[in-house]
Ligand binder design. Structure first.
Ligand SMILES: *Cc1c(COP(=O)(O)O)cnc(C)c1O
Length: 401
């Protein structure tokens, strides 16, 4: 085989995989969006649940942070990348989550994919909800590759009976239970109260939760699913979350005891060998936390919007999940059908995402509608009307939606 042949074979293999995806209606391409102050479509697909990404206090904090620190941290945290902006934010997020301390990460994906392998040891059993986020799954996969004799078991989504059975089966092993607290594609909540009770029954179990879609939204103060379920944070060993969803910023954190965070700083490669996130970004995240804590009206507005969307869609005959959440799905099944709905909504001025495998299981393609406190009642009503019209025209409507 010549050098050129080799290059060709490589390219042909990639091309074949791409065209297989295209044939299955699964090829993904980015849509380019205009700046939010000049929108051509109303966005029902983002994660800016409280509309904070354009809050002037947060923007000003970001700008002042840039004036003070420049645009980069220029090094990893343990070299010269730590500023007061980082340590203040770590203290503030720990206080907000009511834990002893916190450690920052450049992104949620980086946190999950590098903290889980650092925490695991040979012989552990990892029990993971079937619908956990990809970053948790990748962290688990890496853990199984790095340590000997790790059992990776997925329990059926939110099925506590299944979790109990597995805990019983592995009564003699150290078990790490890992779950999203609000599931990113379904919008439903993991029953943390039951999970904590299960953990307490086991001789040696640890709980790791991902609060990416819960922080800022759930609970009376927006502290997350832990507050929603009235659980003392001390009962959860690792609480991970992001600044990139309801807080409207970027980056992530892991909260726990001083020992846990000290361990993470020393043993997590994704922390040690990666450039610290920009100090100005830490300033923005701190400002977002302040806005969040001083504006409970944002959460109330979001809840009103959630209720409005759900009751209208039900009234129009859509089958919706039995719970109300800031993430709502309309199950369509077929990939191309989901894409057609997305396209027709776009033509009418709405951006709603069609979510397809492998993000969700095969034959469960869906529309995923996310709500924000920034949406107006008129915008929600207009979306419902558009969905209704599209449904009326849907010739494949033999599958009930
Ligand atoms: C978005 C998300 C992440 C990843 O966070 P990023 O900061 O976007 O990398 C992790 N977990 C869950 C559940 C998420 O929804």
């Amino acid at each position: 085989m010549t050098k050129d042949d080799k290059k060709n074979t490589f390219s042909i293999t990639l091309h074949k995989k791409l065209s297989d995806r295209e044939t299955a209606g699964l090829l993904r391409r980015e849509t380019v969006f205009p700046p939010t102050h000049a929108p051509d479509r109303i966005n029902f697909a983002g994660n800016d649940y409280l509309g904070l990404s354009h809050h002037h206090d947060i923007i000003n904090a970001f700008k002042n942070g840039i004036d003070r620190y420049g645009v980069s941290s220029c090094a990893s945290r343990l070299i010269t990348g730590t500023t007061e902006a980082h340590t203040i934010l770590e203290r503030e997020i720990a206080v907000f989550k009511q834990t002893e301390s916190a450690v920052l990460f450049a992104s949620g994906f980086q946190a999950n994919s590098s903290v889980i392998p650092a925490l695991c040891r040979s012989g552990d059993v990892i029990l993971s909800d079937y619908l956990n986020h990809a970053s948790l799954i990748d962290g688990i996969r890496l853990a199984t590759a790095l340590h000997r004799n790790i059992q990776f078991k997925r329990y059926r989504h939110i099925d506590m009976q299944h979790l109990k059975e597995l805990l019983h089966e592995y009564a003699d092993r150290r078990v790490i239970i890992i779950t999203d607290s609000v599931f990113s594609m379904e919008g439903d909540y993991a029953p943390l109260d039951t999970i904590v009770a299960c953990k307490e029954q086991h001789r040696n179990a640890i709980v790791y939760i991902d609060e990416a879609h819960a922080t800022g939204i759930l609970g009376a103060h927006g502290r997350g699913a832990i507050e929603h379920f009235g659980i003392s944070p001390q009962h959860i060993d690792i609480i991970m979350g992001t600044f990139s969803k309801a807080l409207g910023c970027f980056g992530a954190y892991v909260c726990g005891t001083n020992t846990v965070t000290e361990y993470i700083r020393n043993f997590t490669r994704g922390y040690i060998y990666s450039t610290a996130f920009p100090p100005a970004q830490a300033c923005a995240c701190s400002a977002a936390l302040h806005v969040l804590q001083n504006n409970s009206s944002l959460r109330i507005r979001l809840r009103t919007n959630i209720h409005r969307l759900h009751s209208q869609l039900r009234h129009l005959g859509f089958t919706l999940p039995s719970f109300e959440s800031h993430i709502t799905t309309i199950l369509l099944g077929d990939n191309n059908r989901a894409l057609a709905y997305q396209k027709k909504l776009a033509e009418r001025g709405f951006h709603v995402s069609a979510i397809r495998p492998p993000t969700v299981p095969p034959n469960t393609a869906r529309l995923r509608i996310t709500l924000s406190a920034a949406h107006t009642a008129d915008e929600i009503d207009a979306l419902c009307t558009a969905l209704h019209e599209i449904k009326q025209d849907d010739k494949s409507n033999d599958t009930q939606i």
